[in-house]
Design a protein around this ligand. Structure first.
Ligand code: C5P
Length: 331
């Protein structure tokens, strides 16, 4: 019998890229938010040894380069157990879309494998394994609204944002995250030429400002005193207005848009369709729009589909639902 788990996507509400570190990663600050679109991971453990990956999608690697494979291997080692592990990946999320699908698949594999083995890793061991396999894995061990620092792998649960109506538009372009980081480095070399004055881009100022802005936005200092209800859609609307006002942005836009003008076009189309806030998850190529009402979101997705850009209307997924739906029965 197999254990099935839903593997949800994430978006980034703002992302600041900091200096290139000695370990080859960039320091960053971001606010992750899980979204209610998912792949399904089915795990089976039988007699024997080895890890096998199955997927109908030809773009999914079947070997140890697959994040699910690497996580399964580390879980088996950590639990000092053996077995033949079969991992089936039902793909629905785009590959290389910035939605963290491969990372989410890997965390779902970890949780499904623990369940299949009827064993439990300590929380800190789960986090260690997740962070070793990739910067975007640990957020999926928290779900909901998550602050990411370090190379993105240091995660903190923050108070959940209300659920926003959301449209995910996925132009058929794969953006490589390492290439996008390299483009950023070309644009903003880490070390200014000798004698040059440090600019705001070089120092930690931008990171600090970003953290302060996120703090200000999450704490809603500008809307709660005005009497806006703290729950429900009114709060969601006030937050959306504030999100635009505070100027929270994703640094990747400045390198991805010039290289892939079609992605910028999708952003413009979402704005024209009434999105309150539009940005990229990670380095794209998915573009997401947050909407104040479902009708406008549905219409925006329809218009994009009609113009040949695959799009779907969904909603952001707060933490409690994230965990509930992850393990809910899959038909
Ligand atoms: O951690 P992950 O496997 O997602 O990283 C993939 C690649 O993206 C890294 O090898 C690195 O080139 C780049 N990266 C980075 N800074 C980060 C995260 C990723 O430069 N904070």
């Amino acid at each position: 019998m197999s254990t099935s788990v839903r593997s949800f996507a994430k978006i980034n509400i703002g992302l600041k890229i900091g200096p290139l570190r000695d370990d080859g990663f960039h320091e960053l600050r971001t606010l992750y938010q899980t979204v209610a679109v998912s792949d399904v991971i089915r795990v089976e453990v039988g007699r024997g040894v080895g890890i096998e990956i199955y997927s109908k999608d030809p773009r999914v690697p079947r070997d140890e380069t697959n994040t699910c494979w690497r996580v399964a291997d580390k879980v088996l080692r950590s639990l000092k157990t053996r077995g033949k592990v079969r991992i089936a990946i039902d793909k629905n999320l785009p590959v290389q879309g910035g939605l963290g699908a491969a990372s989410s698949n890997a965390v779902a594999t970890m949780l499904a494998l623990e369940k299949a083995l009827k064993r439990c890793l300590p929380p800190e061991e789960r986090l260690r394994i997740a962070g070793e396999v990739g910067s975007d894995l640990p957020l999926f061990l928290i779900g909901g609204t998550v602050l990411g620092i370090g190379r993105g792998e240091q995660v903190y649960a923050v108070e959940d944002l209300p659920s926003f109506h959301c449209v995910l538009a996925t132009p058929e372009i794969g953006v490589s995250t390492p290439v996008a980081f390299a483009e950023w480095d070309k644009k903003w070399p880490a070390k200014p030429p000798t004698g040059a004055k440090l600019t705001a881009q070089d120092g930690s100022d931008r990171m600090n400002t970003f953290s302060q802005t996120i703090y200000e936005w999450l704490n809603g200092s500008s809307f709660t005193p005005t009497g806006v209800p703290s729950k429900g859609w009114d709060r969601a609307e006030a937050l959306l207005l504030d999100l635009v006002r505070t100027g929270i942005e994703n640094d990747f836009e400045s390198v991805v848009f010039p290289r892939y003008p079609a992605v910028r076009e999708v952003k413009r189309a979402l704005e024209r369709s009434g999105a309150r806030y539009v940005s990229l998850p990670g380095s794209g190529s998915t573009v997401y729009g947050l909407f104040a009402d479902q009708q406008t979101a549905d219409k925006a997705a329809k218009v994009l589909n009609e113009t040949g850009v695959p799009a779907q209307a969904t909603a952001t997924l707060p933490r409690e639902q994230y965990w509930k739906e992850m393990f809910a029965k899959i038909g």
